[in-house]
Design a protein around this ligand. Structure first.
Ligand code: ADP
Ligand code: GN1
Ligand code: MG
Length: 370
C-alpha cells in the first residue's frame, strides 16, 4: 500500500516553518472531516511549545493560496479587535505561523499544501453537548463572531468553496450522484434517496429569499459545528472559534443552523441507534437565546423568523452531502468505518424528520425572541 502522502513529506513541511525549539513529537490530532491535522511538540529552553500542523485538503479547497489569504486577513482583523477589548489574541483566535520565506503556507515537493497555527493549549472541544451552559456559550460566541466581522470588507474575501451552502446546487449534486450511481449503491438506500427527493421544494427557500433581497448577506463562518470551537479548560468558557476555511459571505441562518444540527441533536452525527437522535427543543431555545445575544440585536425580524428553516436546511443539506458522498465512494468526508457516510446521512434525516414534527414549537420559540 502506498504511504499516505500526508506522512511522506511531513518532515519537509515541518522544516519549512519558523518553529521555536527542536521538534520532539508529531502526532495525528482532532476529529475534523476535511484536513489532516497534527500536533507538533517542540522543546525550547523555556519548556514546550506546541503547534497545529495541517495538510490542507486541496482537492476540496482548490486554491490554498486564496484560502490562506482569507484566514490570515480574518485572523489579523480579529486579533486587533481582541487586543482592543483587552483580550488575549494568541488564545482567542488562530495565529498563523509563517514559513522561513515569510509565506503563510508551504507547498511541498509533492504539491501538498501545509500550514501551521499556534496550538491553543489547555482547551478542549466538544463532540456532543454535555450541558446547556456550554451550548449557550457556543451560541454567544458564534453570534459574536458574525457581529465582530460585520464591518469586515466582504468583497476582499475569496469564495473558498463556490456555492458552499447553496442548497439547490447541493441537491443537484446529490441527484447526479443518484443518477450516475458509480458503485451500484443507490438501490440499497432507496428509502434515504426518497426521503431527500420528497423535500426538493425546501431547498430553494433561503436562496430565493436571499435573491429577492429578503435576507442580508453577511460575513459568516459557514462551518459552525460544535467541534469548531475551543473551550478554555480552566474556565470552561467558549474561547476560540477555529476552522476558518469557509469564512465567506453567507447567511446568519447557515451559522445558526449548523450549530443546531450538531449541538441540539441528542445523538452524535454518526450515531447508529437512531432512537437516540432527536432535536432537543430546550437546547434549541438555549442556542437561539445565546446566538441573538451574541449578535447584539443585529439580526432582522425575517432572519429570526427563518431560524428554524436555517436549522432544518443545514441539517438536510448535510444529509444529502453525506448521502451523495456515500454513493460516489466516500471521496469527500473522511470515513473511519464501512457505511460511515450512510450512518451520518441517517442521523441527519432523522433530525430533519424530528424538526418537522416539532416545527410549531420551533417557530413559537423564535417568535418569542423577535
Ligand atoms: P477540519 O477542517 O478537518 O475540521 P480543523 O481546523 O477543525 O480541521 O481542526 C481539527 C481539530 O484540530 C479541531 O477540531 C481541534 O480539535 C483541533 N485544532 C485545530 N486547530 C487548533 C489550534 N490552533 N489549537 C488547538 N486545537 C486545534
Ligand atoms: C466538514 O471540516 P469539518 O469537519 O469541521 C464540512 C462541513 C460539514 C461537516 C459535517 C469544508 O466540517 O461543511 O458540515 O464536515 N466542511 C467542509 O460534519 O466541507
Ligand atoms: Mg473542523
Amino acid at each position: 500500500m502506498p504511504m499516505n502522502p500526508a506522512f511522506e513529506t511531513i518532515d519537509e513541511a515541518i522544516s519549512a516553518f519558523t518553529l521555536e525549539g527542536v521538534l520532539r513529537e508529531k502526532a495525528p490530532y482532532g476529529n475534523g472531516h476535511i484536513n489532516d491535522t497534527f500536533l507538533l511538540t517542540c522543546g525550547t529552553a523555556k519548556g514546550e511549545k506546541k503547534y497545529i500542523l495541517q495538510r490542507m485538503n486541496h482537492s476540496i479547497f482548490q486554491d490554498p493560496a486564496a484560502l490562506m489569504e482569507n484566514v490570515a486577513s480574518v485572523t489579523a482583523y480579529l486579533q486587533k479587535n481582541i487586543l482592543a477589548r483587552g483580550g488575549d489574541p494568541a488564545r482567542e483566535t488562530l495565529s498563523v505561523i509563517k514559513t522561513r520565506s515569510g509565506a503563510n503556507y508551504y507547498e511541498d515537493s509533492l504539491h501538498n499544501f501545509w500550514r501551521v497555527f499556534l496550538f491553543i493549549d489547555d482547551t478542549f472541544c466538544l463532540e456532543k453537548v454535555e450541558n446547556a451552559r456550554d451550548f449557550h456559550d457556543c451560541a454567544v460566541a458564534f453570534g459574536g463572531f458574525q457581529r465582530q466581522l460585520a464591518d469586515y470588507p466582504a468583497d476582499t474575501l475569496h469564495e473558498t468553496i463556490p456555492r458552499f451552502h447553496h442548497t439547490p446546487s447541493r441537491f443537484q449534486a446529490f441527484q447526479k450522484a443518484v443518477a450516475e450511481d458509480p458503485l451500484g449503491r443507490a438501490s440499497s438506500v432507496q428509502a434515504e434517496i426518497d426521503f431527500a427527493l420528497r423535500r426538493e421544494a425546501d431547498t430553494h427557500v433561503l436562496t430565493d429569499l436571499l435573491e429577492k433581497g429578503g435576507l442580508p448577506l453577511r460575513v459568516t463562518h459557514n462551518d459552525t459545528k460544535l467541534n469548531n470551537i475551543l473551550f478554555d479548560t480552566a474556565t470552561r468558557k467558549a474561547l476560540c472559534i477555529i476552522d476558518l476555511d469557509t469564512v465567506m459571505p453567507g447567511l446568519s441562518l447557515y451559522d445558526f443552523g449548523d450549530s443546531i444540527r450538531t449541538g441540539a441533536s441528542t445523538g452524535a452525527e454518526d450515531e447508529t441507534d437512531l432512537s437516540k437522535v432527536t432535536l432537543d427543543l430546550s437546547l434549541f431555545e438555549t442556542f437561539t437565546e445565546g446566538f441573538l445575544k451574541g449578535s447584539q440585536g443585529s439580526l432582522t425580524d425575517r432572519e429570526i423568523e427563518f431560524l428554524p428553516m436555517g436549522a432544518k436546511l443545514m441539517t438536510f443539506e448535510c444529509g444529502i452531502r453525506f448521502l451523495a458522498d456515500f454513493l460516489v465512494g466516500d471521496s469527500y468526508f473522511k470515513i473511519h468505518r464501512e457505511n460511515h457516510n450512510l450512518d451520518r446521512t441517517r442521523t441527519q434525516f432523522k433530525l430533519v424528520a424530528d424538526m418537522e414534527r416539532k416545527w410549531k414549537d420551533m417557530a413559537e420559540i423564535v417568535r418569542r425572541f423577535s
